[in-house]
Design a protein around this ligand. Structure first.
Ligand SMILES: [Zn+2]
Length: 193
């Protein structure tokens, strides 16, 4: 029986790298995979990039109104696995559509994403995945202080911010960066700003 997997972690924990490794393992055995990501993140076009090098084209990028069960049943029914990057940007309905892919098409779905946004609140997609996924696994990374990093901080022009939209629209001139911290360091930095 196929399952819905959610692998989450903070910024820089290697989620995309692991997704690419899983895709490689399937393809090495001659199995087809379907790699998808939300159109929310358009700065790299259709590509998945990793900080340490490897990259690949996605099969398609989806918008919040796309029905993922419909798309996969019509075009990708023959794949052995569906891999979703940036799964935090899924809508609740799309997570439920992923579950239908698992149940009705018997195709495993592995979703990779952040659990918390920069305000330390759960993303819609991640929250639903944590509720319903068959298997949930945390991918770990460390804070500057050496503790486990679970929070994500947004920096604009080098300054930490805790207000603003969940997704920043590209095209602003500001230098935006995200870094992972443990809760202790996150709140300490916030108080200092
Ligand atoms: Zn820390």
């Amino acid at each position: 029986m196929a399952k819905l997997y959610f692998r989450y972690g903070a910024m820089g924990c290697g989620k995309t790298m692991q997704l690419l490794q899983v895709a490689f393992n399937y393809e090495e055995r001659g199995h087809k995979v379907c790699v998808i990501k939300p159109a929310t993140d358009t700065k790299n076009g259709k590509k998945l990039l990793t900080r340490i090098g490897p990259e690949r084209e996605t099969d398609f990028c989806f918008s919040p109104n796309d029905n993922l069960f419909k798309i996969v049943s019509e075009k990708y029914k023959d794949v052995h696995c569906v891999l979703v990057d940036e799964a935090q940007f899924l809508t609740k309905e799309q997570v439920d559509e992923l579950m239908q892919i698992v149940i009705k098409l018997n195709i495993p779905v592995m979703a990779y994403g952040l659990r918390l946004n920069f305000k330390a609140e759960g993303f819609e997609g991640s929250t639903r995945l944590l509720e319903v996924a068959h298997e949930v696994e945390e991918l770990k990374t460390i804070c500057d202080c050496g503790r486990k990093a679970t929070f994500n901080a947004r920096f604009i022009n080098g300054k930490m911010v805790a207000d603003g939209p969940e997704v920043l629209i590209d095209g602003s001139k500001a230098d935006v960066e995200y870094r992972a911290f443990c809760p202790g360091c996150y709140y300490k930095l916030l108080e200092e700003e």
